[in-house]
Design a protein. Structure first.
Length: 420
């Protein structure tokens, strides 16, 4: 009984210390012996389980860096204010313009897919602040590894929006030279770009350059083994890489709480580098936190995990129906935190933008939509038979059969038109 009581007291002390109480945990384990194990398994297990569930629930509550409230009010932050101290009203208008034009482009691409001009589209609706803020934090010599939704980051890196659409139309494999903008081609395989970014960052360090690398991925990709391996290698080799996770809370139809029991940014602790959660609908906070993380990387301080806590307003892609797995109340609550409306409120309250600015931007937005629409419709139709190429190095009888069946199917449309 004496041994059991001692172990219980030490376990209690360790519990109060939380995740930092590893010494107390170790001491309790050593002194507990088998008697402590029996006591825990019989009388303390239900209580421990309830405490664990309560702790997990508490740990998922948002705790984030915010510089601009949803109402557009500027709030101070002792750590990150210095990273946006030099921002001017013109800079704020520029950030607003970036978000508005990015959203307009995204809306046009969605409409084009619905009209049959694109095979698929992954919308960024609601994530403009996370992408524009982080994208504008990068330097020209930094290298960016995106997934397939980083249209706002591409805009910041100077990639023509129309070049993003060729792949989704099926007429090219990317549409731009990654080395001309230090912006890699879109990556469809979930999470693999984090490994590419880590390897590239390790090379940057060996070359002695002071540039940094940033890898974008979503909350769903955070469950992939590639991401875990990236964290391990980047930490061990002190790679100058920033892992920027846009946690839009829905990995297709799977909510974040089904993937993790702690906030995603806290995973960095287990790998030995910092993690920070930022308000992903606050463009100023995303700009400041990403600048800080990139500065750490350039200074040889190693990797950082940034979790931008945001929300996917629309579907995962145009093949998805979000109404099947989430309610309107949730979406409406996040619409009140809209990143564009938030910055507009701040601009208006601070007298940093007048009605003329917003009218000119609206005209520019419409012009961009028209240019994108005309560019896509001027693209050639994809080669329908390209899908059968390069499946096997030396060809395959089954692929040949499928090609012939598809050719007959395509020919049936021409026959039907001829009949009319």
């Amino acid at each position: 009984m004496t041994v059991d009581s001692s172990a219980a007291r030490k376990r209690s002390a360790a519990g109060k210390a939380g995740t930092t109480g590893s010494k107390a945990d170790s001491a309790g384990t050593k002194s507990g012996a088998t008697g402590a194990k029996r006591t825990t398994s019989t009388t303390r297990a239900p209580r421990a389980a309830r405490a664990a569930r309560a702790g997990a629930k508490k740990s998922t509550e948002p705790e984030l860096v915010q510089l601009l409230t949803p109402e557009g009010k500027r709030v101070k932050n002792a750590v990150y204010d210095s990273y946006v101290a030099g921002i001017t009203p013109e800079d704020l208008r520029g950030l607003y313009r970036d978000m508005v034009l990015t959203r307009r482009f995204d809306a046009e691409a969605t409409a084009l897919q619905r009209q049959g001009e694109l095979g698929l589209w992954a919308s960024l609706l609601g994530q403009e602040a996370a992408q524009i803020g982080s994208g504008r934090a990068t330097r020209e010599d930094d290298y960016v590894f995106p997934t397939y939704r980083e249209h706002g980051v591409a805009w910041c890196r100077g990639v023509d929006p129309t070049n993003l659409l060729g792949m989704f139309r099926g007429v090219n494999n990317g549409g731009w030279d990654p080395n001309s903008n230090n912006f890699h081609l879109y990556t469809i395989v979930i999470g693999s770009q984090t490994l590419h970014a880590t390897g590239y960052a390790m090379g940057v360090a060996k070359d002695g350059a002071d540039s940094a690398v940033i890898a974008y991925f979503g909350d769903g990709a955070s469950s992939q083994g590639d991401v875990a391996e990236s964290f391990t290698f980047s930490a061990v080799y002190n790679a100058p890489v920033v892992f920027f996770c846009q946690n839009n809370q829905w990995a297709i139809s799977e909510p974040t709480e089904k993937q993790t029991r702690v906030p995603l940014y806290q995973r960095a602790q287990g790998y030995g580098f910092p993690g920070v959660r930022v308000d992903g609908n606050d463009v100023l906070a995303c700009l400041a936190v990403t600048k800080w993380a990139l500065e750490r990387a350039r200074n040889g301080e190693g990797p950082t995990l940034v979790e931008a806590f945001t929300y996917r307003m629309g579907a995962h892609t145009t093949s998805d129906d979000p109404s099947r797995y989430r309610g309107d109340e949730e979406r409406q609550a996040w619409e009140a935190k809209d990143p564009i409306l938030r910055l507009r409120r701040h601009l208006e309250a601070s007298n940093h933008a007048d009605e003329g600015f917003f009218e000119e931007l609206e005209a520019e937005s419409e012009a961009l939509g028209k240019r994108v629409r005309e560019a896509v419709r001027a693209m050639p139709d994809p080669d329908h038979f390209a899908i059968f190429e390069n499946v096997y190095a030396d060809g395959h009888a089954l692929v040949d059969e499928e090609r012939a069946q598809f050719a007959a199917y395509q020919a049936s449309f021409a026959d039907a038109e001829g009949g009319h």
